[in-house]
Write a protein that binds this ligand. Structure first.
Ligand code: ADP
Length: 383
């Protein structure tokens, strides 16, 4: 008789088990009933394992500091941690699509891509709550996708506060610095009638006032760039004559140190850039090369096509920069040799502004340096 052919064996087994549990002898179970019991036990174990896996995953999600949610193969939110539910600002969540759960078409799009196996990240403002986040999407096994949302709102606010502070401080410093420079000019005119001992002090004031003026100018430039107030106008620039002009701007300083200054650019080479920004980049790099190259050295400006870009390089015969400094050289106020750099009257902001200007022109900048000297290069899109 098959297992479900009649209820008798089952009913008999139930009675026998009740009797055993009530303190009677061991129940004898027919093979069919024993098989049924095994299957029921197996199913219960499987459910409990799935529950444990689900609980473990939930525990892990809850331990992640960012907002995290998992979307199933059909693009519906399957699991999420508390940070995720809070960041969304309420509304429908589990079982709903990415668009319903986040109210962002951009996020819905990247979830679809992650479900198709493509990882991605993007920065966006969540429409429902107005918070700025960076979203990281990763495909998981079993056709699911993980979404991590890192809340950048506070970091952005601090960044704006820092930018405003730099802009305000440099702006406020300009007036007193101009007043000092003006008073100094008067003093210099009156110098012959002043005691001779005054002259060294006038020189010190002149040197430092000039440095302060440069510092405030560069800080203002940087904050204009960061705030987008300094808008770049990109156009195709013929580099041969442009580089020759840039070299002329620093010629006098090079001659002061008897440095040989050359410009070697093939005719007809173009780069897409902003004239004023590119000029500032080249002058800053040439100025540094002259500053950090000893008397009778060589500073060479050159340009050449590299793939779809143009590389403009400034090479000097200075003493080079130790490798440990290279990674940080383009940070604000970073100096490889602080004593030397201050003596040279530098602001410590020259390379920071170069980096900003170059990336605003969709280019890259880097440096190679060794015992023979340094080579700073800028790559910009070719025509
Ligand atoms: P600074 O005004 O101090 O020159 P920069 O931002 O222009 O500031 O440069 C940062 C630091 O990088 C400098 O202080 C100097 O130590 C180093 N540096 C820049 N250019 C050169 C170079 N051509 N040769 C050697 N060191 C350099």
């Amino acid at each position: 008789m098959g297992l479900f052919g009649g209820l008798d064996p089952v009913q008999r087994a139930i009675e026998a088990l009740r009797a055993e549990l009530a303190g009677g002898g061991a129940a004898h179970l027919s093979p069919e009933v024993q098989e049924l019991a095994n299957l029921v036990t197996q199913r219960a174990e499987r459910h409990s394992q799935a529950r444990t896996a689900h609980d473990n995953l939930q525990t892990m999600l809850d331990a992640v500091p960012d907002a995290a949610g998992i979307f199933d193969g059909s693009g519906r939110l399957q699991m999420a941690n508390r940070a995720f539910l809070e960041l969304r600002g309420g509304g429908r969540a589990f079982g709903h699509t990415a668009l319903e759960a986040t109210r962002s078409a951009e996020l819905a799009e990247v979830v679809a891509q992650a479900l198709a196996g493509k990882a991605s990240q993007l920065e966006l403002t969540l429409p429902a709550v107005g918070r700025t986040v960076r979203a990281y999407l990763s495909p998981l096994g079993q056709g699911e996708a993980l979404m991590l949302l890192r809340d950048l709102t506070e970091a952005k606010r601090l960044e704006v506060a820092r930018r405003d502070f730099v802009a305000n401080a440099s702006h406020e410093l300009r007036t007193p610095v101009s007043a000092i420079v003006a008073a100094l000019e008067t003093l210099e005119v009156a110098a012959p009638s002043l005691p001779e001992a005054a002259q060294p002090f006038i020189d010190i004031i002149a040197r430092h006032a000039e440095r302060l003026r440069r510092l405030t100018d560069v800080m203002l430039d940087l904050s204009r760039l960061e705030s987008g107030e300094w808008r770049l106008k990109l156009s195709s620039i013929e580099l041969r004559s442009f580089c020759a002009q840039a070299v002329e701007l620093v010629r006098e300083r090079a001659e002061g140190k008897r440095i040989v200054l050359t410009s070697d650019v093939p005719e007809g080479l173009h780069a897409v850039a902003d004239r004023r920004a590119l000029e500032q980049v080249l002058v800053n790099l040439l100025d540094n090369a002259i500053k950090y190259t000893p008397l009778n050295g060589v500073v060479a400006l050159s340009a050449a096509p590299v793939g779809l870009q143009v590389e403009i390089a400034v090479k000097d015969s200075g003493s080079g920069i130790e490798p440990r400094h290279l990674a940080r050289l383009f940070e604000r106020f970073y100096r490889a040799d602080p004593g030397r750099a201050r003596e040279e009257g530098g602001t410590g902001l020259g390379l920071a502004i170069v980096k900003h200007l170059v990336s605003a022109q969709h280019g890259e900048v880097s440096v190679e340096s060794g015992a023979q000297g340094s080579r700073f290069w800028v790559r910009l899109p070719a025509r």
